[in-house]
Design a protein around this ligand. Sequence first.
Ligand code: ZN
Length: 59
Amino acid sequence: MKTCGICKKEYDETQAHSEYAEAGEWLAGEVWGDAGELCPLCLENRATLVMMYDHELNS
Ligand SMILES: [Zn+2]
């Protein structure tokens, strides 16, 4: 188990990721530089926010 860098909850990094979580993981590596430190839920939340407010990253 790992501890999320945002919400501080423990999560299982081996569990299946949704499409949003995978997008968030990519963003974590490419944009924020904190890949591997966030739980799937925070990755999903981040990806959702980015897709709503920052379309430039998706082009
Ligand atoms: Zn989290």
